[in-house]
Design a protein around this ligand. Structure first.
Ligand code: ASP
Ligand code: MG
Length: 410
């Protein structure tokens, strides 16, 4: 008998009929003799609707109230799933974050889980109850409702699995695993059997949209093996797990892209100590994560600084940067929302050279201009004009031998 944590996303619980399907699958796993904890997201589109309501009132609502509002979607789906299971004759009980409780810090809208008290869950499991936990939400130490950032139910599931030392953490979703790239762009993309946490972090942060980044960080920290698989069939999906020696032999394991960033340039910034800190501290104070940063070679005592921020934070970021830029004496701020970041990822590049130059050559052959470059041990990313995204992804996927049926790996 195992303890299984399953997480179902919004599309899997989007209608009552779909919730019935989820219930049947949960029941099947339970009937096989497993203890079951199920984490669910809000029904598809519900969280967006709640966000839109807040936006009708003002652009920057109180974050405390925003969390109270957007956490409501999961309250509906957990109750519905519990009701369906009960109508099928199973013992099932829903929990909101605060009822467990799932404690978080007080960073509203992006809170981090720091403790899960699992006594309630264990008691229910002992009595044969299927426990249903609202994803995406928690409570801070002062009793305020918090949420974990969009897509946060993944993190709820991994955190619950870690806290309970579950045997399996399955993320059941509308895709059947992690692919070498987006199959909508490259039909030859193939499903990976397994991927290391670090590769998945790079893929996720680059827009793979399959798992929230924080859930992978959490899984890595607590060594939770996450099985990403389809909620519609029983095919094995992709295991997100510790790196092993097979993974090293592949030069590039995936090509990803991200159209969710925007670029901001601060022009003619005085080239003096402390200036970068004065530009970026207000952004981090506002909880905005800056991704790529480039500082040009300084010219006559001043330099240009270019960086990218999430598009969802773009307006907020621009306002902050414009203020900070005028304070430090920069000559102006430019911005561009129509950019995309295309990246190649693979632990194999740690031990192979020439990967980056092959990427640049491949892009230049297609006439794609590279606006910014950044690298890590296992990733090379280029910012390009977003109208070339699909082309870039396709040619890179082919160039690195990832197209299905391509025989050679370099
Ligand atoms: N319902 C939340 C969202 O739409 C959390 C989640 O789906 O994981 O972002
Ligand atoms: Mg999701």
């Amino acid at each position: 008998m195992a303890l299984v944590v399953q997480k179902y996303g919004g599309t899997s619980v989007g209608t009552i009929e779909k919730i019935r399907n989820v219930a049947r699958r949960v029941a099947r796993t339970y009937d096989d003799g497993n203890d079951m904890v199920v984490v669910v997201s809000a029904m598809a589109g519900e969280t967006n609707k709640l966000v839109a309501l807040a936006e009708e009132i003002c652009e920057f609502p109180s974050e405390r109230e925003y969390d109270v509002l957007v956490a409501a979607g999961e309250q509906v789906s957990v109750a519905l799933l519990a009701m369906v299971l009960q109508s099928m004759g199973y013992k099932a009980k829903s929990y909101l974050g605060w009822q467990i409780p799932i404690y978080t810090d007080n960073a509203h809208t992006k809170a981090r889980i720091d403790e899960i008290q699992d006594a309630n869950i264990h008691e229910d499991l002992r009595s044969g109850t299927i426990v249903i936990v609202a994803g995406f939400q928690g409570i801070d130490r002062d009793g305020n409702i918090t949420t974990l950032g969009r897509g946060g139910s993944d993190t709820s599931a991994v955190a619950v699995a870690a806290a309970l030392k579950a045997d399996v953490c399955e993320i059941l979703t509308d895709v059947d695993g992690v692919y070498t790239t987006d199959p909508r762009i490259v039909p030859e993309a193939s499903k990976m059997e397994k991927i290391s946490y670090d590769e998945m972090l790079e893929m996720a942060s680059l827009g793979s949209k399959i798992l929230q980044i924080r859930s992978v960080e959490f899984a890595k920290k607590y060594d939770v093996v996450v099985h990403v698989r389809s909620s519609l069939n029983d095919n094995p999906g992709t295991l997100v797990m510790k790196e092993d020696s097979d993974m090293e032999t592949v030069l590039v394991s995936g090509v990803t892209y991200n159209k969710d960033e925007a670029k901001i340039s601060v022009l003619r910034v005085p080239d003096q100590p402390g200036i970068a800190a004065r530009l970026f501290s207000p952004l981090s104070d506002a909880n905005i994560t800056v991704d790529m940063i480039i500082q040009n070679v300084s010219h006559e005592g001043s330099t240009d600084l270019t960086f990218t921020v999430p598009r969802s934070d773009f307006k907020k970021a621009l306002k902050i940067v414009e203020e900070a830029a005028s304070k430090v004496g920069a000559s102006g701020v430019e911005s561009n929302e129509s950019i995309a970041k295309v990246s190649i990822v693979g632990v194999g590049m740690r031990s192979h050279s020439g990967v980056a130059s092959k990427m640049f050559t491949t892009l230049s052959t297609e006439g794609v201009n590279i606006q910014m470059i950044s690298t890590s041990e296992i990733k090379v990313s280029c910012v390009i004009d977003d109208k070339y995204t699909e082309l870039a992804v396709r040619v890179l996927h082919e160039a690195f031998g990832l197209d299905k049926g391509q025989l050679t790996q370099e």
